[in-house]
Write a protein that binds this ligand. Structure first.
Ligand code: TXE
Length: 450
């Protein structure tokens, strides 16, 4: 069975690949199993050195990787370059973390108690199509640093950057079998990876629906699971905020990556007393988003990933459309930047649209802002815009999400933990926190009695 990979900006094929089935997946797990004893035994300094070499190769091949990602996902090239730079930084960070992820000595009677961080074994990494290489690196960095071997399953729509990264890992000197990439359908090879008795952990990023299936599938073998799922994050704009700054930044928190971002602040909650002024500013700044050819250096938003996804996204646009932008003519899965006035009960405000559609919702006061922000099954990210520092802290503590920012919309940094509350999943990626999810604590007591 072959897989035709498309460029979503042109709808033209860019690659034809053989798809793996169950047999090939099982072979990849066997390779990872065979490589595990050797990889966990690689000295700490050498493991760090190999990860650092991989980071260096990602930097050397940054332009090539950015072009692959831009063509395969339809991402603007400038954004793709930033993502590849982050991939290199992720490997640099985990190279530095290898010898800082250590156990403890615990005071006990009659001896000494120490803990060790042991690798889990084989980790199955299942990643989506929105940030293929970035999200793969967030899992690969800590998994490899802890001494695990991996089977990485990219999304069917976007397998190209993962395949290239695996080649670079070999070039860096990471032994054969440590990083295995399997391209194939999620419901076949992904499912098998989840159920495979020799796989110790699944790290999954994708839809909440498939994530629930991953949990169920992992139950029979008591696999460790970490899930990074959907979001419906709130951007809370209080009347005392710097409205110009908040309005200038808000479009990029929803329309970046054409809205195909789990952290998208796709509910913009605005205090009613400044509603008219803020919405006016927001329409102006949204009109300034440059939509077009992803290979153009100045483009800020490209197309959606597929025709089918465009159908889904368009199904959310009804009700009071406040603004609808333009898109290029001709081929490509284009969808305009769209602002919709909504209530928090509308479908556009409840479900993850995963496209460039923002729901604008008014609130009266701080209590209602918090209630609306929390009135969602998700809890991934969010923003609070206010000049009142005490309010910023009060609201931040009250909003049930894993990642928040004040007077900013950025959530993702190499050194800081990333992950969700509620149905946005569990487990943390990035920073030192991610290492917890790829290691097991072993407790050892040594008697000192004579
Ligand atoms: O995700 P899937 P899709 C949300 C977003 C989007 C929707 C659908 O709302 O519109 O999900 O996207 C693999 N066992 N997010 O269909 O299906 C699949 O091959 C094991 C949000 O692409 O969840 C891919 O590698 N694996 C999210 C990965 O799971 C399976 C990012 C994700 O695919 C599988 C992506 C199975 N049974 C989508 N079925 C975010 N918030 O970042 C599929 N897969």
């Amino acid at each position: 069975m072959t897989l035709t990979v498309l460029n979503p900006a042109t709808e033209q094929p860019i690659a034809e690949l053989e798809q793996a089935g169950i047999e090939e997946l099982d072979e990849a797990v066997s390779r990872a199993e065979a490589a595990f004893p050797g990889w966990r035994a690689v000295s700490v300094a050498d493991r760090a050195r190999l990860l650092r070499r991989l980071a260096g190769l990602v930097e050397e091949h940054a332009e090539e990787l950015a072009r692959i990602e831009s063509q395969n996902v339809g991402k603007p090239i400038a954004g793709a370059r930033g993502e590849v730079a982050m991939v290199a930084n992720v490997f640099h960070f985990y190279a530095g973390a290898v010898d800082k992820h250590h156990g403890e000595t615990i005071p006990v009677d009659g001896g000494v108690d120490v803990t060790f961080r042991e690798p889990l074994g084989i980790c199955g990494l299942i990643v989506p199509w929105n940030f293929p290489l970035n999200i793969a690196s967030w899992k690969l960095g800590p998994a490899l640093a802890c001494g695990n071997t991996v089977v990485l399953k990219p999304a069917e729509l976007t397998p190209l950057s993962a395949l290239r990264l695996a080649e670079l890992a070999l070039e860096a000197g990471i032994p054969e079998g440590v990083l295995n990439v399997v391209v194939g359908p999620g419901r076949v090879v992904g499912q098998r990876l989840v159920e495979h008795p020799d796989v110790a952990k699944i790290a999954f990023t994708g839809s909440t629906e498939v994530g629930a299936g991953v949990m169920r599938g992992a139950a029979d073998t008591i696999k460790r699971v970490s899930l990074e799922l959907g979001g419906k994050s709130a951007n809370l704009v209080f009347a005392d905020a710097d409205l110009e700054r908040a309005a200038a930044a808000a479009p990029y928190a929803v329309f970046d990556n054409a809205g195909q971002d789990c952290c998208a602040r796709s509910r913009i909650l605005v205090q009613r007393t400044v509603w008219d002024r803020f919405v006016g500013l927001l329409v102006d700044s949204t009109a300034g988003v440059r939509v077009g050819d992803p290979s153009d250096e100045s483009t800020e938003m490209g197309p959606l990933i597929s025709a089918q996804h465009r159908e889904t996204v368009s199904s959310y646009v009804d009700g009071n459309v406040v603004y609808r932008g333009n898109t290029p003519e001709g081929p490509g899965f284009w969808f305009p930047c769209t602002l919709v006035e909504a209530s928090n009960d509308d479908r556009v405000a409840r479900e993850e649209v995963f496209g460039p559609v923002a729901a604008l919702i008014p609130f009266e006061d701080e209590a209602e802002a918090i209630a609306l922000a929390n009135d969602t099954p998700y809890g991934l990210s969010g923003s609070i815009w206010t000049r009142d520092g005490a309010r910023a802290l009060r609201v931040a503590r009250a909003v049930d999400t894993g990642v928040l920012s004040v007077n900013s919309n950025s959530s993702v940094r190499v050194a800081t933990p990333f992950g969700g509350f509620k149905q946005s999943g569990f487990g943390r990626e990035l920073g030192m926190h991610a290492l917890e999810g790829y290691s097991e604590v072993k407790n050892l007591f040594l008697s000192t009695e004579a």
